[in-house]
Design a protein around this ligand. Sequence first.
Ligand code: HEM
Ligand code: HEM
Length: 470
Amino acid sequence: MATNILTRNDYAEGTAAKHFFFSSIVMLNIGVFLALLTSMRLAWPDVFPNDIPWLHFGRIRPVHVHFVIFGWISMAFAGAMCYMAPALCKTKLWSEKLGVWNCWAWNIGMVFVFFTLINGMTSGREYQDLIWPLDVFVLVFVFAPLAVNIWLTMLYRQTQGLYVTMWFFGAALLFIILSYFIGAVPDLFPVTGLAEAYMTWWHAHNILGLWITPVSAAIAYYIIPKISGNTLYSHKIGHLHFWSIAAFYSTPGAHHLMGAPIPEWLKSFASVSGVLIMIPALAFVVNMLMTMKDKWWMYAKNIPLQWALTGVLFAIPLNIQGAFQQTRALNWYIHGTHWIVAHAHLALLGFSSFIEIGAIYYGLPKLLKRQLYSEKLARLHFWMMAIGFLGFWSVLTAAGLVQGAAKVYEIPYIQSVIATHPYMVGRVIFGGMIIFAQPIFLYNMWMTAKYGKKISPETTGGRTPVGATA
Ligand code: HEM
Ligand code: HEM
């Protein structure tokens, strides 16, 4: 491997992954705490003084969304990439130093994100809310260095082939950079009106479909065979999954704009082409569940596996729900209601976050060369989050149906707000379970780093999953 300023006097192996994993857990804690404030606002609009703009719903909501997507999920992805890429390429991370700098720049970026959004400095476009200097920051100091580090690790690999996980990591990094740039174009150049709306939602859809979905899947492709000890069920299905994501996932971006005055053909195209997303979704779920053949007894026993498999199981209702709700008739009913918020959390909290948490329970103790401090706390974390999430999703879905009915019967909007009040209180209660589960996670990991029983290198070795070089 060529040495240069970034690889000379490098940090110890795994330093970057540890930085990213710990940062992601802190981001998760901040992100969900902000959610507590927003959800209380929706349950009791006057709960906080109304003359403090920082506490307004419209200020806190985008900070919550950015902290969970770009702080928690994306930093957990970076940690997983810095941990798994060297193991799968049988080499070191190209530059631990670059990884650590990348992580600090990312954290500093999140501080800017917090202060700009909370002060109302926003582009006003969901999932692309940042002002243009921060868009440039994200591209140059967040995604580009991560991509360089992972691509160069792949280039200098000591294996012949590349395991499925690496295809997804490599491609998703390219997708997010392209998509983020295109999504930021209206901030940098004068693009307005429907073109702006379409670019915004095309990008938002890609954050979900070409970043969060494939990288979550890639992580599952690593840890499920690895922990179960089974070979990946089918590399051919893995190919199908990969290429169908690349081919079909970005086309239905307009299914987020079914109620907007965009051309009718574009809506129909999005609705029909969106059905094709079922192909990668099914391929992934089938591949993972079949990999568990004869090993399902491990589901209840192994903590990281329990998290990751629960995330995979959430992908089933998520994708079925997605396919139905993009049909034009059904979308008219549930668009703009809490149903969509329930779907969004099934996706990012249920499917994706459960897999990332599994990856952290699996990887972080190994990186720290210590045993998990407390299995009991990890189980408590799991059940608080699982029960909290199922309650959260159920009350929001029901609230969405109430709002849809109010729309059909043309009931005054304020009546539907009153009717959904009990559901909003339900969200605070169930959401509270999820929120208070996260300090437990942080505490358990902190104590693992400090006081976890030391384990010898032999027990941490052999990180490559079975069948990984095919
Ligand atoms: C077959 C698969 C899927 C289909 C067809 C689908 C379809 C849709 C549609 C039509 C909407 C917009 C509804 C509206 O506002 O009227 C939506 C929203 C959303 N979807 Fe999915 N979905 C699928 C899977 C996923 C996955 C895998 C993720 C992420 C991991 C995801 C994350 C989201 C999020 C976060 C929103 C909310 C966007 C917003 O803020 O309005 N979906 N989905
Ligand atoms: C990892 C955990 C979480 C993730 C990834 C996440 C993600 C998201 C996303 C993507 C949205 C935008 C949804 C949309 O536009 O349709 C959102 C909104 C929201 N989230 Fe979360 N969330 C998480 C945890 C929570 C928790 C624990 C609560 C607790 C109450 C919560 C409460 C809210 C609220 C109140 C909104 C605004 C909904 C609205 O505009 O009606 N979130 N979250």
